[in-house]
Ligand binder design. Sequence first.
Ligand code: BQZ
Length: 673
Amino acid sequence: MFKLKPLSGVVSTLCATAILATPAVADQMPPEKSLAGLNYELIGRDDLWSYKSLSKYNEAPFLSELVAAGKLPKVEDRLPAEPLVHNSGVMSDGVGTYGGVFRHVIGGRPEGFNWLAGQHQGWGGINMAVQECLVRQGPRWQVKPEDQTGPLPNLAKSWEWNSDMTELTMHLVEGVKWSDGDAFDTEDIAFWYNDNVEDPNVNARISQGSFGGGAKLEVIDAHTFKFVFPAAQSNTLVEGLAYIQGCPGPSHILKESHPKYNSAKTYDDYLNAAPSDKMPVVGLGAWIPVEHKPDEIVILRRNPFYWKVDDKGNQLPYINEMHFKLTTWDDRTTQAVAGTGDWSNMENPGNFVEALKQSQDASSPVSAKFGPRTLAWRIELNFAQNMGKDEYEKELRGLFRNIDFRKAMSHSIDRDAVGQALARGPFAYPYMGGYATGSPYYNADSTSYTPFDQAKAGELLAGLGLKDTDGNGVLNMPGTGQDLVIDMTYKAQRNDDRKQMDAVTSQLAEVGIRVLPKSVDETSFDPMRNSGDFTAILQRANFILPTREACGNLPVSDICPAFHLSGSEGRELMPFEAELSELVSSFNSTDDAGKQTEHANRMQQLLTENVYNVGLVQVPAALLVNKRVRNAHPGTPVFMYEWAEDGVIRERLWVPEDQQMAELLPGTVPTYQ
Ligand code: BQZ
């Protein structure tokens, strides 16, 4: 069983390399007090799972009844010849018992189930329950540093490069079936890559031409394909095929709605080919949505064709039913602490103290342990000056492109006050943009700190010709003469975002910058942001790895980042942006940890010295899982390589029979052909 080791086992090793080349920066970050109390054993990457055929397979008892009634094929015929086999030796509570319910609570709402076209399913773990991807990142948190040789295999069970690293050949698990019984094979891969990623009319999670500098796909056979790159790459690039980027969809369902295959369809028809009310969904995940009551609940039932087993031959998952109660993000923690929900990434600092107090009680249904600081908030200023809708917006975005203006904004922020507005206590720490301190690539010595200094801010603003010419307390723009007013958008449902918006609004007003907060419903937030139709945004960032959702943070293609789109007239990158983009390619084209760290350090220096985003604060998060749930591995971080919903490996979770909750749809499975 487990001997617990300190988190430092991973972070210190990775960070040790982060201090290889530490360029000097203007102001040093203040000392940080970590709250991380996570302890866990590190294991080898091959200790988690392998792919092999077993002599005997078992299934959830109610499935055997369906097989006996001729309603389902035998379990041997539903599984691949060599399924993914989870090693029970690394399961903290060993082989599970079938049955029961797992209850998620989320604040998002399903946009739809066409994830190939960029739709999300409401976040909070439902995306990852529905989507299975070529490779997997989440469980890497437990892999020892010397084994951190890239992403873990998933639908792609293996891959290899040619000698000059310009071709990547991948091998799919043979015999995987969609939840409706249709075969998963390279037809799905070709549709995902050629007709979504590479189709400029589809807003896929990998933007057209950006994967490996414009890789071309070649199908070799039903389970083998290769990417051919214009230049040498490295295994690091394969991380970009994990969740949320590299997740194929059911081509046998979606093709008929794609304009390339059906001239009667528009791309809008295609985007909405799998609407959120069309049940059951067709997927490869452990649980499949079978019922969606808008604003109330999404009910998922086990996928009888799920292609993973434990090493005793038990088809996974152990749990029969998964719920996503549709309320608010704050309610997720409230319900976890109350015991009516089973999970929360406790990320709303506003209820840290209360949740911690309650979770210390022996009778509490959950226990809480903080991880490193990975939750960070920032202001994104829109740099797309030529896309401004009028002269005022164009002048304002021109100001945003001036580093003195961005520095003035950063010096105007009292981050201690913002942190205390979020949660009284030791939780918050200044965030300068770039990597959060919980990232393996964070290096304080590469992070330029802009301390709270209103005099310095005033000096910089005056130097830009910004004066309060009409004496109303708001600076006037030198060109249009209008008041300097910034429309700043934030997610309506996020209390922590609103609290920081209030603090930022009053602090910027003190230096003569008026902020007009604009709250937007979380479901329409992403489409608004991706369209570039905003002046400024305040939101939580996910900047942990340069290979994860890079498009959200860095100028890696014409549609990335949303706060500097290229638009119809193209865009003029700011000098440091061109270097950032090159650094991402350099990072992806090497496996050498030392070189990767140098690239990451340089990225951090450019991002913070140039105030690419105006960082606010960052806080740790604590994972809350109901104590009745087994195999919720002690020490799972809320976020490291991926969110904990992926990191905890939910297909391994189980509940002892005497503690299983009643299923809402007992005995049912998603219908299949
Ligand atoms: C975790 C996560 C799992 C997205 C989302 C949400 C979206 C962003 C971000 C987090 C939610 C939870 O985060 O807050 O704790 O459960 O889902 O996917 O903030 O609005 O676009 O990047 O991951």
